[in-house]
Design a binder for this molecule. Structure first.
Ligand SMILES: [Zn+2]
Length: 277
């Protein structure tokens, strides 16, 4: 499932290729994506220019001229690809091309989502901050707001596993199962530890590891498991740099002990019992 680094990588590539382009038309092939779509969707986006491309947590926001924004969530398996001449669409089943924006240079911006947990919505910019999806989100993990004092305050007295705490979107936004495992490995903290029992120095290590792990993943265009592709249709390259996620039974890159897997909060979790305390 795409997390912050995948959406941020997508944003950066898309910003280089689609910013300033106008939407000449939109074709909607799928009427039942996760959220009900505006009935006059195509009319409302026609002729609008893509002014800015932003990200909040795992949401991608395309600012159109005028008062509306396009809000995307990739769900489990969604992709938003910018298809110009020479684009290789062999990875994408055309039956799952749910929304197709045609741009003024003849290229297409296509939202494809085989499992249909993703979403595309047209929202008035003024309504964005109050939107149910965005309202309750915690700070961005790459912002100065996410510091040790903040996380220590959220962890204090909590019984919830530290891994689940940093995956809680209300506490910090954009971190999912892959990067939570990697961050805790880099911070040398076991994922199943009760949040309230994690010491201050360890909280500081988690907060320090977070931007290191996320920025490295953004630099590698994210991690690809099955479906994730950036806007050029390219897979991420971070998978080979993962230390623990998906590596159970393989030797730890640091100490050589076998990476272990356990289930925490119904999610597979990976750690090194020797490196992580
Ligand atoms: Zn180790």
């Amino acid at each position: 499932m795409p997390e912050l680094p995948e959406v941020e990588s997508l944003r950066r590539v898309l910003r280089r290729s689609a910013l300033g382009r106008s939407i000449t038309d939109a074709r909607i092939r799928e009427i039942a994506l996760r959220r009900r779509r505006t009935p006059d969707f195509a009319e409302r986006v026609r002729g609008r220019t893509i002014h800015e491309i932003r990200r909040r947590a795992k949401y991608l926001i395309l600012d159109l001229d005028g008062d509306d924004v396009l809000l995307f969530h990739l769900g489990m398996s969604g992709s938003l690809t910018h298809r110009g001449r020479g684009f290789d669409n062999s990875e994408f089943d055309p039956r799952h091309d749910h929304v197709d924006f045609i741009l003024d240079d003849g290229s297409h911006l296509v939202f494809n989502d085989p499992r249909r947990f993703g979403m595309v919505r047209l929202v008035a910019r003024a309504d964005l901050p109050g939107l149910a999806e965005l309202r309750g989100l915690g700070p961005e993990p790459l912002s100065p707001e996410f510091d040790a004092a903040y996380l220590a305050g959220k962890a204090r007295g909590k019984r919830v596993a530290i891994k689940n705490l940093i995956m809680d979107q209300r506490i910090v936004a954009g971190i999912g199962n892959i990067y939570a495992s990697e961050i805790l490995f880099c911070a040398k903290v076991r994922p199943g530890r009760r949040s309230g029992r994690v010491r201050r120095a360890e909280i500081e290590a988690i907060v320090a590891a977070t931007p290191r792990v996320l920025r490295a993943a953004i630099g590698s265009n994210g991690t690809t498991f099955r479906s994730y592709r950036d806007s050029r249709g390219q897979p991420g390259r971070f998978a080979r740099r993962l230390h623990v996620y998906g590596r159970d039974g393989e030797p730890c890159h640091v100490c050589g002990a076998m990476v272990r897997k356990s289930v925490i909060g119904q999610r597979a979790s990976f750690y090194c019992a020797r490196c992580q305390k």
